[in-house]
Design a protein around this ligand. Sequence first.
Ligand SMILES: CC(C)(COP(=O)(O)OP(=O)(O)OC[C@H]1O[C@@H](n2cnc3c(N)ncnc32)[C@H](O)[C@@H]1OP(=O)(O)O)[C@@H](O)C(=O)NCCC(=O)NCCS
Length: 231
Amino acid sequence: MLPAHDLTLLGFGPHAYPMLVELAAAHWGKEAPHLRIQVIHNLPASNDLLEGVMPASWNSPVFTPLEKWQPSEADGTCMLGVLREPAASAVWAAVHAATGLSETALGVMVHPSADIAPSAVLGPGTWVQPNATVATMSKLGMCSYVNRHASVGHHNVWGAFSRINPGAHTAGSVVLGDRVTIGMGALIREGTRLGNGAVVGAGSLVLKHVGEDQTVMGVPAKLRIPRSPAS
Ligand SMILES: CC(C)(COP(=O)(O)OP(=O)(O)OC[C@H]1O[C@@H](n2cnc3c(N)ncnc32)[C@H](O)[C@@H]1OP(=O)(O)O)[C@@H](O)C(=O)NCCC(=O)NCCS
């Protein structure tokens, strides 16, 4: 069967949507306005939400509720359509529970201007935006996201659903757990480990290991201590 859609996005965020469609089009060398997109959603979603955030001339996506979706060859390439935590891993868990879809069914989308070392491994569902770099022997887990002008140094090991925002850099041998977010413009020193769910603030310089679910920020990065409700 010929696919009815070029791309099926699992989950929907109105601002992420046009960026991901443009990236998919660049990956395939096609025109973004003409791609045939399906969106699988487990929360209410509609074309109205794309007004003003997507050019009016683009094809409108077909919205299919998760409970009515049965994965098939008609879907084309499947990718996550939401990339921020905690939404990304939650959408994947819902899709997997409802359909049994395996992570190996996901595609990989890399902008042609990105520089991916031949020895690097990108997990299924990974998106790599323009001018990003992934260096020698790095291994990124499923549904990783490497944003514009970000670079992943050599011998990094990433868990699942981790992302590096625009212009941030990890040095060599950095280890990320699952669901880690590195803020835009941050720098991570070589050999540093960031635990599951760690968050690095924009513009930070991370010199020490970051524990599970900790947020660090600043130069050098320090632990964010949440204010007590009384203060
Ligand atoms: C670190 C971060 C997660 C903290 O978010 P938050 O918990 O909502 O923090 P708040 O905005 O309430 O700020 C709390 C304090 O931290 C400070 N702060 C916030 N972000 C900071 C950063 N990146 N570096 C240094 N200090 C920071 C604030 O100035 C504030 O200080 P104060 O208590 O002295 O007034 C967030 O600011 C951040 O940097 N996110 C990454 C953004 C990004 O990469 N966006 C690109 C998306 S593509």
